[in-house]
Design a protein around this ligand. Structure first.
Ligand SMILES: [Zn+2]
Length: 430
């Protein structure tokens, strides 16, 4: 460590920060008569000027803090002052309103980050002797790893902080757009087939004709077909409906996509990101008919059509509540990355396979960077109440016009809740 002749402390001279300054002036500076202590902050008051010794320079607020850094061999401070001093490559002793962290090195950096360099923690008393000892050690040659300070600061880079701030902002915008709706119909479909298949166990399909009639009815009633991504991008719909299709069956590409194009409608397809999975293996084991899943090319074509939001259903349709924390995090982040690489666009929503989710799963979805976590028959009635636990309305074949109207009425979930009807588990394996 180079010799120390000029130490800076920067902060307000009122409140807890003012107390630190006062202690430096009265208890620390007298121990080091050969060192100049620059106390930079304000407002100046008699309390300070009357105790200032010969080796203390008291300044009011300054315009150019960098100028202070340039003159200093050591900075004592917390929060932003500590970060900026480190960016300057200056040795830093962190002490803030809450606690004394000490000279910043490998041993103290974690505590420094956790406490915003001493400003945020349960307040702990500290002795001025610690600061005196630390300064004495530096004077007598103790080395701080200044070359590592850049690495320590990596967490604070704009490229890392900005996305977090943006996500916060986006969540607020999304909530604002959705909060005026007591209930937004989000419909769950799976397969779309020319006609009813023989021997289907779970009946997770609608026919092309049924779906087309439903699209026509929704258009006639003035619904806007929106996707989760539309909302994430700031759309403020007035009469939204969200059509979702789980698992990413090839028949969605063959039969749904043409219908969406024909009626200028949109849908969200939750696909499985493991491209080794080519059919509904998880349902076949339970006695369901085999059904092919979309190829990567077909998924990308749906995305490029502008009528489909490609979203994640995980990697291989596992029950998330049975996974370890690491497996869960991998299922969510790896599926997001693979799909984003495939469509060259962001993936913002995730549907829990089997609707199998709990608090842990909904938190993991948010941690993986999704804006929406989509369940089946659990979650609050009002979407804005929990964007990581969105309740849907399950669609079955042979739903007549009146039943369909009821399901999309905007009061169906409340009606079901009142009747105790929708909160039972459906038998579907998907
Ligand atoms: Zn599924």
């Amino acid at each position: 460590m180079a010799s120390i002749s000029h130490v800076a402390w920067i902060g307000r001279l009122t409140g807890p920060k003012g107390e630190i300054a006062y202690r430096i002036i009265t208890e620390v500076a007298p121990h080091f008569p050969a060192i100049t202590f620059a106390i930079v902050g304000g407002p100046l008051s008699e309390r300070f000027s009357t105790v200032v010794g010969d080796n203390v320079v008291l300044s009011d607020f300054v315009e150019d803090v960098n100028q202070q850094f340039r003159q200093s061999d050591l900075v004592i401070g917390a929060g932003r002052v500590a970060l900026e001093a480190m960016a300057f490559g200056l040795p830093v002793i962190a002490v803030g309103e809450a606690c004394y962290v000490g000279a910043i090195d490998d041993e103290t950096i974690d505590e420094a980050k956790a406490t915003n360099f001493g400003d945020c923690a349960e307040p702990q008393a500290w002795q001025a002797s610690r600061l005196i000892d630390d300064i004495t050690q530096l004077i007598s040659g103790a080395e701080l790893p200044l070359d590592k300070y850049t690495d320590y600061l990596a967490d604070y880079r704009l490229s890392r902080v900005a996305p977090q701030v943006m996500h916060c902002y986006e969540r607020a915008v999304i909530r604002a757009a959705l909060s005026r709706f007591a209930e937004i119909p989000v419909l769950t479909y799976h397969r779309v087939l020319p006609e009813a298949p023989q021997g289907s166990r779970f009946n997770v399909y609608v026919t092309i004709d049924e779906l087309e009639q439903q699209l026509i009815q929704l258009k006639r009633r003035g619904f806007q077909f929106v996707t989760f991504k539309d909302i994430a991008q700031g759309m403020k719909p007035t009469k939204p409906i969200i059509l979702t299709f789980d698992d990413g069956y090839e028949d969605n590409y063959l039969h749904l996509l043409p219908l969406l194009k024909k009626h200028n409608a949109k849908a969200v397809i939750f696909v499985l990101a493991d491209d080794a999975l080519t059919s509904n293996r998880w349902d076949i084991e339970l006695g369901e008919l085999e059904a092919a899943l979309m190829s990567s090319e077909q998924i990308d074509e749906c995305h490029l059509s502008g009528h489909v939001e490609i979203a994640s259903h995980g990697l291989s349709h596992r029950r998330l509540t049975t996974l370890t924390d690491d497996e869960l995090a991998f299922e969510m982040s790896a599926s997001k990355q693979r799909l984003e690489a495939l469509i060259n666009d962001e993936v913002v929503s995730f549907a829990y396979p089997y609707g199998d989710c709990d608090q842990r799963e909904s938190e993991a979805v948010a941690a993986a960077g999704y804006r929406f976590g989509v369940a089946t028959i659990s979650g609050p009635v009002k979407m804005a109440d929990n964007l990581m636990w969105i309740r849907r309305i399950t669609m079955f074949p042979k739903t007549d016009g009146f039943k369909f109207w009821k399901k999309t009425s905007g009061w169906y979930l409340r009606y079901c809740k009142f009747k105790g009807k929708d909160f039972v588990n459906v038998s579907s394996g998907s």
